[in-house]
Design a protein around this ligand. Structure first.
Ligand code: AMP
Ligand code: GLY
Length: 416
């Protein structure tokens, strides 16, 4: 029987732990640091997700058989490199391969070298050159991306020259972002969607397509968030388009990373857009999407331990099996999120929810479940189609009570 360590503490990691808990091969799961929901399936250990020496020491002491990494910060901190050097199987990319997410410029150059379809771009380290380029083009909106992990705050769609100027000053002159570069790229239009795949060098195993909802409020209004809900499948992408994106984007990038000596050994997340000219890459992530993973992974029928272990050790896999069910997941977030919010509000009724509740930011105190983050819970329901899953999730969510939570009432509206 196998012992697994999962790194991370959000809804994505709860989904990973949940998938592993259904494997007959796994008899003990540790999660560092985990959360109150994860604690019902795993033993949570108080180690920060970027404390690589402490994570490695724990894994060695417990003689774990496999480690699965959730957050990009852990990957960027080199946790995979350290575990591999110590001979412990670990699912996730090396620090070098994680650049596909951590450096916008690396990703754009890779796509240019290997002819992967994306918006035209140029990159700048100097403010004067950057603003001169923006002025010479004179077309708005224009897209400005800070080159580095910026916790979702690194992209600004500037509507005019003044906004572009202010943004470039912030990113290249001010103290707010640190020293770096800015990628300036063409503005594309169309629905966005997420195409994730498990990748081991050139072997690519696609997951079902899903879509996130980035804005805080109904009607896709309000500020950008980490994601307020997700669903799968997507009616607006045909099987041919999906196959095209798999071949011309995900497979091409997997092969390109091998050719460049930075093979992928974890999740490749394509943030894609269906434009009038075809499917284009908006960004890549080097890990599971959050909250997309919470609606996709529960559909996995293949044994999760076999899958993660095979990717970690380079064993080939059979094609993955997925349940053919529609799934809708709604995030309950603290009032005020993504701005400032308070923590510590009591949540009741979670056990009455008929479906799956994954915890994103919760804690237990004296037997009471309390909020402990911006995004707090992800409520998930399945159905034969999207309308049925949507109707179920919104009926069941009424059973969860908390004075300080809100949620969008239109998750999956793109699919109706
Ligand atoms: P990113 O962090 O690169 O995913 O960008 C955040 C968001 O900005 C994306 O989800 C898009 O909604 C938007 N965005 C990024 N690049 C572009 C682009 N070239 N054209 C239009 N919107 C974009
Ligand atoms: N849901 C978007 C992300 O995980 O980056």
């Amino acid at each position: 029987m196998k012992k697994v360590l999962v790194i991370g503490s959000g809804g994505r990691e709860h989904a990973i732990v949940y998938a592993l808990s259904r494997s007959a091969q796994v008899d003990h799961i540790f999660c560092a640091p985990g959360n109150a929901g994860i604690a019902s399936l795993a033993e949570c250990v108080a180690i920060a997700d970027t404390d690589v020496p402490a994570l490695l020491a724990f894994a060695q002491q417990q003689q774990i058989d496999l480690c699965v990494v959730g957050p990009e910060a852990s990957l960027a901190a080199g946790v995979v490199d350290s575990f591999r050097a110590a001979g412990i199987p670990i699912f996730g990319h090396t620090k070098a391969a994680t650049q596909i997410e951590s450096s916008k410029e690396f990703a754009k150059q890779l796509m240019a070298r290997h002819d992967v379809p994306t918006a035209a771009y140029r990159s700048f380290a100097d403010y004067n050159e950057a603003i001169a380029y923006v002025r010479s083009r004179g077309t708005y909106p224009t897209v400005l991306k800070y080159d580095g992990l910026a916790a979702g705050k690194g992209v600004v769609i500037a509507q005019n020259e003044a906004e572009a100027d202010n943004t470039l000053r912030d990113m290249l002159v001010g103290e707010a972002f640190g020293k770096g570069k800015v990628v300036i790229e063409d503005f594309l239009q169309g629905p966005e969607f997420s195409f994730m795949a498990f990748v081991d060098h050139s072997r690519v195993y696609p997951m079902p397509l899903s879509q996130d909802h980035k804005r805080a409020y109904d009607g896709d209004l309000g500020p950008n968030t980490g994601g307020m809900g997700a669903y799968t499948p997507l009616p607006f992408i045909s099987a041919d388009e999906e196959q095209w994106a798999l071949t011309h984007i995900l497979q091409k990038v997997a092969d390109a990373m091998v050719a460049e000596g930075k093979p992928l050994t974890g999740v490749l997340y394509g943030g894609l857009m269906k434009t009038p000219e075809g499917i284009r890459v908006i960004e890549f992530n080097a890990r599971f999407g959050d909250p997309e993973t919470e609606v996709v992974l529960p559909l996995l029928e293949t044994d999760a331990y076999t899958l993660f272990h095979a990717i970690a050790t380079g064993e080939p896999l059979q094609p993955l099996q997925w349940k053919k069910q529609a799934t809708v997941g709604v995030v309950m977030a603290s009032k005020g999120y993504p701005g400032s919010y308070t923590k510590g509000a009591e949540i009741t009724g979670v056990n009455d929810f008929d479906g799956l509740v994954l915890h994103m930011g919760t804690t237990l105190r004296d037997g009471h479940l309390l909020t402990k983050g911006g995004r707090v819970l992800m409520c998930i329901a399945h159905g034969k189609d999207i309308p049925e899953a949507q109707q179920r999730v919104y009926a069941e969510i009424q059973k969860i009570h908390c004075d300080n939570l809100f949620y969008r009432t239109d998750i999956a509206h793109w699919a109706l």
